[in-house]
Design a protein around this ligand. Structure first.
Ligand code: NAP
Length: 515
């Protein structure tokens, strides 16, 4: 289930958030501790309306500040408000349908209140939050939540254990995933989720991991404060096809740091949706590849995209790497084959595909190119140009990095590539100008962010015959590309490259699904 947390200060705002998201959620949590005191009288009518008008289950939560909540009144007032709300919702014999859940934190004796809540057929969620990290004894701490002060429970697990902990790195996520495997084995009813960017996969894959639900916050409706790592319910339901995810769902993903901005999840999940396959593509924030690959085996991950900064380091985990990876020195695609990892690079063919179309219409063009930048992407692009017969002048802000790249490629393509520092360029030099038939911009300049107004080749005067290619794809037209277009050059932006490298990955992922 997707649970929508309602965290506004008024019931009206909470109702608006619910109405905007009701088609995506199966459960709501009303965070009463966030409400202003003058709203308390509206709680029961609102919960009754959710139940009666929308058949929506609800969790009642009044969290203390020490547990990460905002309850500003006394403990007695808190208990009285819970008692009164449950009592009023159950009035008139509507006990079984009164209120689905009440969240009561671990470590406190709720005594009579707990007995009363249970007598109203309401399930208790015994919750604990660890904002500092993921404890090494997570399993023991979750198991401890089941030992409750009340012994009259008729079901085996009288409470649902909820544990939310901050994943400080991918090692914490691994521990969390292993813990859920044990809890499933023990037949427990639980919600165990990771907070923060490293914990996001535990939220997307919650049903595969055995959690009864995952918490979300509306990011479209004002007044709703998202907890760390909460996703928008519409994105989770539609973008990640949450309802389809189950124990057998095959997991694919992208590893990077940062990774949350990536468009790859939208691309690959829509492909899975179009073909109706039981697979999901997840963004994994990764700080430590060794822990990640343990996680990959725990989740039986079938295929991966790789982005900054792991494209080079990931090679150490490959059993088989193809020639492209060897020449480029970087891998952006992994597929699991018979429990070992096969690595390739789709950036290079992805880059060349739109250029090849243009070259077809300009067969006489001199095969000489200027490449700006010497980062990870430049490596794939240089390999692609060299392997298609281009001579390359590689220009970078830092000459040393450019020289390292050039030396690596000279082994494979002698005399076809040379390096120069950006500040050393003579823009009128005939030798330099002779490279400028195809100009490829691979630096991060122009990309959305602080450098978005910068032109990577600001002192160059376009002559109009050049093919100018910027691999940045957000925004679609960089300052660099706009100036080239104004000078009547033929331009290509980074979008076709992104789509093509993703399409090639997608083919490999679908092949992996068949095995
Ligand atoms: P990277 O490895 O971090 O390399 C960044 C490059 O940009 C380096 O050459 C760096 O020069 C240069 N640079 C950064 N700031 C600069 C500045 N202020 N002035 C001059 N040069 C600067 O990054 P990457 O993986 O190569 O990615 C680069 C860009 O390509 C990103 O915008 C990325 O989104 C885009 N990309 C697009 C696709 C696609 O499918 N269209 C695929 C991959 C990447 P120094 O070496 O001197 O620091």
């Amino acid at each position: 289930m997707i649970c929508l947390c309602l965290t506004a200060s008024t019931i009206e705002e909470d109702r608006a958030a619910f109405l905007a998201n009701k088609e995506f959620v199966q459960l709501v949590e009303l965070r009463v501790d966030r409400l202003k005191q003058d709203q308390f009288g509206l709680i029961v009518p609102f919960l009754a309306s959710l139940r009666d008008d929308y058949q929506m289950k609800a969790i009642l939560t009044l969290r203390l500040a020490e547990d990460g909540g905002s309850w500003a009144y006394g403990e007695d007032e808190r208990r009285q408000l819970i008692h009164r709300t449950v009592d009023q919702l159950c009035a008139g014999g509507a006990k079984a349908a009164g209120l689905a859940y009440v969240d009561l934190e671990a470590g406190k004796d709720f005594g009579e209140l707990e007995t009363f809540v249970r007598s109203c057929a309401c399930t208790i969620i015994r919750s604990r939050h660890n904002f500092a990290g993921t404890p090494a004894d997570l399993l023991e701490q979750v198991e401890a939540l089941y030992s409750t002060t009340i012994s009259d429970a008729s079901s085996q697990d009288p409470v649902i254990a909820k544990f939310a902990c901050t994943c400080r790195g991918v090692a914490d996520l691994l521990l969390l995933v292993k813990t859920t495997a044990q809890l499933r084995k023990h037949g427990r009813r639980f919600v165990v989720l990771g907070m923060g960017a490293f914990g996001v996969p535990s939220r997307i894959l919650s049903s595969k991991l055995g959690s009864l639900w995952t918490y979300t916050s509306s990011q479209q409706v004002p007044g709703q404060a998202a907890a760390p790592g909460h996703m928008d319910p519409a994105l989770l339901a539609q973008g990640f096809r949450f309802a389809q995810i189950g124990a057998a769902t095959k997991v694919f993903g992208i590893i990077g740091n940062p990774v949350m901005h990536s468009r790859s999840p939208a691309f690959h999940n829509s492909r899975f949706d179009a073909e109706q396959v039981d697979a999901v593509y997840v963004p994994f924030m990764v700080d430590d590849l060794a822990s990640f690959f343990q996680l990959a085996s725990e989740l039986a991950i079938a295929g991966l995209s790789v982005t900054i900064p792991h494209k080079e380091a990931v090679r150490a985990y490959l059993t088989v790497e193809d020639e492209l990876v060897r020449e480029i020195g970087a891998c952006n695609t992994l597929v699991s084959r018979s429990k070992s990892w096969y690595g390739t690079n789709t950036d290079a063919p992805g880059f060349f595909a739109p250029l090849a179309l243009l070259l077809e219409s300009r067969p006489g063009i001199k095969r000489k190119a200027l490449v700006l930048g010497a980062g990870g992407a430049a490596r794939a692009i240089v390999q692609s140009l060299l392997s298609h017969g281009f001579s390359v002048l590689l220009v970078n802000r830092g000459l040393e990095r450019a020289q390292v790249l050039v030396n690596d490629f000279l082994k494979w393509y002698p005399q076809m590539i040379e390096a120069r520092g950006l500040d050393d360029l003579d823009y009128h030099d005939a030798d330099f100008l002779d490279y400028c038939h195809v100009i490829v911009q691979t630096t991060s300049l122009g990309m959305q962010g602080p450098d978005s107004n910068k032109d990577a080749l600001e002192h160059y005067q376009y002559r109009g015959h050049e093919i100018v290619y910027d691999i940045v794809y957000v925004p679609e037209q960089t300052v660099f590309l706009r100036r080239a277009r104004q000078a009547a050059c033929t331009v290509i932006n980074g979008r076709p490259m992104f789509d093509e490298q993703a399409r090639l990955q997608s083919q490999l992922f679908f092949e992996a699904l068949k095995t």
